[in-house]
Design a protein around this ligand. Structure first.
Ligand code: SAM
Length: 224
């Protein structure tokens, strides 16, 4: 059986009892970065063997893991943070397992976009998640153009290296909307900064960014 297991997005205590039981019980853990996952496993004294399953080996490795699953092995799939398949490896293996009628289940838990959304105070009734925006400026700007008139809360992931450039593009293309940036969620330096995109460009969290960000915006909000 394949177990799709969510792991913490920062704070190691954010793991479910089912996740711990599963990681202990399976034959093998397929992890995005085995060294990173080892920190979690050591913390909870879990000695299950691990193997790597990451973006650049996922097609080949999915075949290998499928072979093991067909032999009756139990495998847990984890990534470095949060929920497998959410802007992370997982899709190829999960899709292959499904096509081959391998039994699967999910052990749900943290995911940064939902943590940020629930903390944001923005409308949660309807939202869209865009993953990571394109790295190339022209493609990124084209994507932002498509958000004009969007009524739902928009959520995406952004790196500290690009956050300022992205906010600048957002201010220009989307008429300086209300934006909320959540960084280091569940960690020591958790911080939420919000305001007009142009205002945020002056904020130390953006001028000297550290940690990864979840960015949310809602074009319907006029007054903060
Ligand atoms: N699978 C993960 C999930 O379920 O959220 C997402 C993995 S994606 C490769 C990593 C991105 O998620 C980061 O660049 C950042 O945008 C966001 N992220 C992950 N952990 C975060 C945290 N503790 N605080 C803020 N953003 C986080």
């Amino acid at each position: 059986m394949l177990f799709i297991v969510s792991t913490p997005i920062g704070n190691l205590k954010d793991i479910t009892l089912r996740a711990l039981e599963t990681l202990k019980a399976v034959d093998l853990i397929a992890a995005e970065d085995t060294r990173h996952t080892k920190i979690l496993l050591d913390h909870y004294q879990i000695a299950t063997p691990t193997t790597s399953y990451f973006e650049h080996n996922q097609v080949k490795k999915a075949d290998y893991l499928l072979g093991l699953l067909k032999q009756g092995k139990n495998i847990a799939l984890v990534t470095d943070a949060g929920t497998p398949g959410i802007s992370d490896p997982g899709y190829v293996l999960i899709n292959l397992a499904k096509k081959n009628a391998v039994p699967m289940t999910v052990i749900p838990g943290p995911t940064a976009l939902i943590a940020a959304l629930s903390l944001s105070g923005l409308p949660t009734d309807s939202f869209i998640f865009e993953g990571f925006l394109p790295v190339k400026p022209a493609a990124r700007r084209k994507e932002l153009e498509q958000w004009k008139g969007e009524k739902r809360t928009v959520i995406f992931y952004e790196s500290p290296y690009r956050i300022a450039k992205t906010l600048k593009d957002i201010a220009e293309i989307l008429d300086d909307p209300y934006v909320l940036c959540a960084r280091e969620l569940t960690k020591k330096f958790e911080e939420v900064v919000e305001g007009r995109a142009n205002e945020l460009l002056q904020h130390p969290a953006i001028t000297k960014p550290r940690g990864e960000f979840v960015v949310l915006l809602n074009l319907r909000i006029k007054d903060i």
